[in-house]
Design a protein around this ligand. Structure first.
Ligand code: ADP
Length: 185
């Protein structure tokens, strides 16, 4: 189970898709994307702490079922509360499912500049309550397995660092990422 956590626009969704092909060479891959989950699995939930935790527990539950069958379950949801992420980790590990927490990190200033969905402008103007990182809490992981700094790394660099970690843990066998591209460039 590859758990990407970070603020909106930090790059979770982009990275999950960037990783897909490499992971898929070895096992089936399913991506649980925060926005899609809120449409299908968690429709009706809001943004209170309780609802956010329920959302994360549901994602964790589905990811665990997938991972137990041998699939790579990649989650791309803000998942703002550290204790809830830890809860998901311990349930996964109890089932023998490795849990890899990736902190997809970038400062709010960068995200506001990117403003992929136009939400930071609204949140910073005070028009959005409960917007993570601006008007709602985000608890960064204290000991993430991987940290990617998407304000200074390219998508390819961040993806490669995650894949290298998976190889180091013995969770991915394939040749080092980027070898072919480096050789070709
Ligand atoms: P999230 O899923 O975390 O809300 P998105 O993946 O939708 O964020 O958006 C991230 C944006 O940041 C994209 O436009 C992406 O191209 C850009 N970006 C820049 N550098 C990186 C990086 N190193 N990793 C991931 N995304 C990056």
């Amino acid at each position: 189970m590859l758990w990407l956590t970070g603020l909106s626009g930090a790059g979770k969704s982009t990275l999950s898709h960037a990783l897909r092909d490499t992971l898929a060479a070895e096992r089936p891959v399913e991506i649980l994307d925060g926005d899609e989950v809120r449409t299908y699995l968690s429709a009706g939930l809001g943004f209170s702490k309780e609802d956010r935790d329920t959302n994360v527990r549901r994602i964790g539950f589905v990811a665990r079922l997938l991972a137990r069958t041998g699939a790579a379950a990649v989650t791309a949801a803000i998942s703002p509360y550290a204790a809830t992420r830890e809860e998901v980790r311990s349930l996964a590990e109890r089932d023998g499912v490795p849990f890899v927490e990736v902190f997809v990190s970038a400062p709010v200033a960068t995200l506001a500049e990117r403003d992929v969905k136009g939400l930071y402008r609204k949140a910073l103007a005070g028009e959005l309550t409960r917007f993570t990182g601006v008007s709602d809490p985000y608890e960064p992981p204290a000991r993430p397995d991987v940290v990617v700094r998407t304000d200074v790394e390219t998508v390819e660099e961040s993806a490669r660092r995650i894949l290298d970690h998976l190889r180091g843990r013995g969770l991915l066998r394939g040749a080092a990422a980027g070898t072919a591209e480096v050789a070709a460039s």
